[in-house]
Design a binder for this molecule. Sequence first.
Ligand code: 48F
Length: 304
Amino acid sequence: MKSTKLPYPDQDEAAFNIEPVEVGLRKNRPRSKLLAEKQTGKRYLGGKNMNKFKNPVSAGQASRLILRHYFQALEQAVDSDVIIVGAGPSGLVCAFELGEKGYDVTLIDRHLVPGGGIWGGATSFNKVILQKDVDNILTEFGIPYQEDDQALVVSALTLASKLIFAASSHPKVKLFNLMTAEDIHCTEGKVDGVVIISSAIEVSGLHVDPMVLMSKAVLDATGHDAVIANLYSRRIPLQITKESFMNPLQGEEDVIRNTRMIAPGLFVAGMAATNISGGCRMGPIFGGMLLSGKKAAQLIAEYI
Ligand code: 48F
């Protein structure tokens, strides 16, 4: 019977085992390999060695490391300087800015993938538009842009991933996805913590108690729902005026102006700020969101 060789190493490993030959650096070897060899001083051996790990990781080792490091971070988040609820553009920028100022920041988002409303651009066309005024912020975050018709055009995917990277890799910021804020902690009228629960438990509707993370200030960056501001207002009524009609020229300035402290220790930014202060809706233009995050960081730093 004729055997058919399948092009996968696991199925026919011998076919892929290329014996390494000790030759010097040859001119016709790919540049990337030559460079790697030069830097490491080791010969790139090709096929055979790629099938083996010199430092394999076992399942138990992986579980242990994940638990150790996740709960280490979560324990540190029990007491931080600032808790930011919502990792959309305003929350991510604020977290990074506060981290840069040296504050310990806990950033939580209820979704698996942070980034909020950035990813889909406008009606799923994945580009977003920003005012030329914020080109310095894009440069700060290493986000490439194109200038066209007096505005900046950016890939929604790049904007989301770069902001997430900047916040989640910052040593002063702890970002927890799949974590929902379901209430606020208040001491003598001052907001000083957030009640959290795993999003999986929240979605399942199981009867499980949440737990509390404490901080000196809390930022509501939950977008349209302004979850935290509304939770506060349920107990101590705030003057809440819902978002007004779509008008980006107006709305982009409203969102920055309405970024503020609304109760002792409680701040609002982004669409949450618009949605409690009657600001105009602004669609896929993001300069206001970035500046709102920056302003929130400045106000919070002055407060704590
Ligand atoms: O809505 P969102 O992107 O917030 P934003 O910073 O930006 C708005 C823009 O994306 C866009 C726009 C541009 O002109 O209007 O809509 O105001 O992101 C809000 C984040 O908060 C999370 C949610 O998953 C999202 O990623 N979030 C909402 N409720 C909770 C929450 C909650 N209860 N707990 C934790 N995270």
